[in-house]
Design a protein around this ligand. Sequence first.
Ligand SMILES: [Ca+2]
Ligand SMILES: [Ca+2]
Length: 135
Amino acid sequence: MCAPEASGNQADEGGRLDEGQEGRSRVFSADLHTRPYLNTTGLRTQSTMESAICTLVTQFKAFAGKDGSASTLSKDEFEKLLASQLPNYAKNYSSPAAVEQLMGSLDENNDGELTFSEFWQLLGKLASQQGGFGQ
Ligand SMILES: [Ca+2]
Ligand SMILES: [Ca+2]
């Protein structure tokens, strides 16, 4: 369940979005402070991690919904998602052949489409690399 976008205080809630600075690690530079997640009207809002999950799901759905099945990513949709949402993390997959290979490694049932859970394997891998957790 994605809560409606908190109005106004998005900037200090998630990663800093100042485009001018080193953009590389900004997704993971979200404030880790532990203030209660209350918005200006005193209502409980999503935590940083909840918002991150919400973003992943929302983006997956946005790309998966472009053609064919709305709940799975075709190769074309997957390619667009990589280029648009993971440009730094997935820069080794900029050629169509590399995308195809990556997709094949994620597509567990080999139906040419990625479900969210198949796609999730990639996120887990990228997150592990980001955190230096190894494989
Ligand atoms: Ca689709
Ligand atoms: Ca599949």
